[in-house]
Ligand binder design. Structure first.
Ligand SMILES: [Zn+2]
Length: 513
């Protein structure tokens, strides 16, 4: 099917714009026909008599991809050699078992998780020194009481660096990239034998560090946090503590990118790995949605439009904008995580934050959570030799470009579909967003997985009256900055009732950060 741009019609004496969507085949029988449906024009004119000329709300042609020179540099600055050095250094600590903190002499040993986290902190500090102290390097330390896989009180520490936004009004907005630096072998309680964790999750830790190294050479209006957590292997404990802290302190955390097992496993003989693809998992119905919010989601068919899913779509949009960095693309998986498995993004979802997970296309389970050994001719163990460092660098490029785009763009507008009257038109209104010079209306068929660039029209007003029925398509709204930066897409919620489907932030709270 050939999809065509919206046909637009501006009423001469109204601020309201009436649009038809012939491309989707709902309002016209001839796909080649252009211009507004007369009935719609008449109807809208009758509804909206008088008023000023409609110049303010006039639709503009949707622009092409707006590439940012700084982001092009960022993509080039990501280094496979640096990624390799990071992963090999992490492996050099022997084990990064969360429980190894309890080993005798752990505080001064050059092996174990304490040595690893001290090195990560020093690495963040090194990047900060190189940018004139631009990073705030912090730790989040707490004691976990005994529970499953935690046999005794155990001190955990998350290590992170903050690249504070430069715009006072925008710096409260936070985007975050994370990976878990703890590792394990076949025995959860074994804290001394090797647990190299090169792929799981040395690779994700390297993505956080590499994003910090590269992005700290640049400045963004909004804030970016580079996080590395521990306790993932015992039950997402580090990320849960961090996400709860973010919620309790009212952080305006608008998006989380979790990288876990992004090594592009290259076990000899595996012919089914695809080194051009990385999976991006996102939840459907938000786990944190209230009963009332879930009722609205079911009522409007919002099951495929969580805030996390808009993050995933944003990743795909960034990838298309930068021409897939040659040949590397995210494969959006509309599922919270791999089948019946979990990861640190889930901990953020649980607290109401939008979060997605990056994972290599095809995993090799002989190289995860395994005590290194050879048995029946099969080599087990999560060693660097099975990691494709160029692949990890591509994942880091995709993360860094996404973070830079998000932190450069305005907030997503709060939008609503007016539903007080039963009518076939779709009236959408949204709040003006600081820093936005225009807004895009996007739409897709209810059966389409993503918005297409062809189905976008740009406005400067903050409301539209669309001829197409909200019953038949899914609309989205995004804000556009002065340089063409695009916000996350907001799905307008019904005017009545809560608006849960695509709120990019949890309930707004005072920022204490
Ligand atoms: Zn992992």
């Amino acid at each position: 099917m050939v999809l065509r741009r919206l046909n637009c019609f501006v009423l001469a004496f109204s601020l309201t714009v009436v649009l038809t969507l012939p491309a989707l085949g709902f309002s016209q029988t001839s796909a080649g026909k252009s211009g507004p449906a007369p009935a719609a024009a008449k109807k809208a004119a009758a509804k909206k008599p008088g008023g000023a000329a409609g110049a303010k709300g006039a639709p503009k042609a949707a622009p092409g991809k707006a590439k940012d020179e700084a982001i092009i540099h960022i993509i080039h600055e990501v280094s496979p050699e640096q990624v390799q050095a990071t992963i090999e250094k992490l492996v050099s600590f022997g084990t990064r078992s969360t429980l190894s903190v309890n080993n005798p002499g752990a505080a001064t040993s050059d092996k174990g998780i304490v040595a690893a986290r001290n090195w990560i902190k020093a690495e963040f500090e090194r990047y900060s020194a190189a940018c004139g102290g631009c990073l705030e390097v912090k730790t989040d330390t707490f004691v976990l009481q005994p529970k499953s896989r935690i046999p005794q009180p155990t001190a955990l520490q998350n290590v992170y660096a903050i690249l504070r936004g430069t715009d006072p009004a925008q710096s409260k907005r936070i985007f975050l990239v994370t990976g878990h630096y703890d590792s394990r072998n076949s025995d959860n309680d074994n804290t001394t034998d090797p647990a190299p964790g090169a792929n799981d999750d040395g690779s994700g830790t390297a993505v956080s560090l590499e994003c910090a190294r590269v992005l700290s050479k640049h400045r963004f209006p909004a804030t970016i946090i580079f996080l590395t957590v521990s306790g993932e292997e015992q039950g997402l404990d580090g990320s849960t503590h961090f996400a709860k802290m973010a919620k309790a302190e009212g952080w305006q955390l608008e998006g989380v990118l979790n990288n876990d097992i992004v090594g592009g496993n290259r076990t000899p003989g595996d012919t089914l790995q695809n080194r051009s693809w990385v999976r991006v998992f996102s939840e459907g119905i938000p786990v944190a949605a209230t009963e009332a919010e879930q009722r609205v989601i079911r009522a409007v068919g919002g099951e495929n439009d969580s805030a996390s899913r808009q993050i995933a779509r944003y990743v795909a949009d960034v990838n298309r904008t930068y021409d897939s960095f040659g040949k590397f693309t995210p494969k959006l998986i509309f599922r919270r995580d791999r089948y019946l498995r979990g990861g640190d993004h889930t901990a953020f979802n649980e607290q109401g934050f939008a979060a997605v997970r990056f994972t290599e296309y095809r995993e090799d389970f002989n190289h995860q959570h395994q005590t290194p050994r050879v048995k029946n001719g099969v080599e087990y163990g999560d060693w660097p030799k099975f990691v494709d460092f160029e692949y990890v660098a591509n994942v880091a490029r995709l993360n860094a470009a996404t973070l830079a785009s998000l932190a450069s763009a305005p907030s997503a507008p709060k939008a609503k579909l007016l539903t007080k009257e039963l009518e076939n038109d779709s009236k959408i209104e949204w709040d003006a967003v600081p820093g936005a010079v225009a807004y895009d209306i996007l739409w897709r068929k209810t059966t389409d997985p993503d918005f297409l660039e062809e189905n976008v029209t740009r406005f400067t007003d903050t409301k539209v009256d669309l001829q197409e029925s909200k019953d038949n398509v899914i609309f989205g709204v995004r804000a556009v900055g002065a340089k063409g930066q695009r916000s996350l897409v907001m799905i307008p919620g019904p005017e009545r009732g809560p608006v849960p489907a695509a709120s990019p932030t949890p309930t707004p709270q005072a920022d204490k950060k």
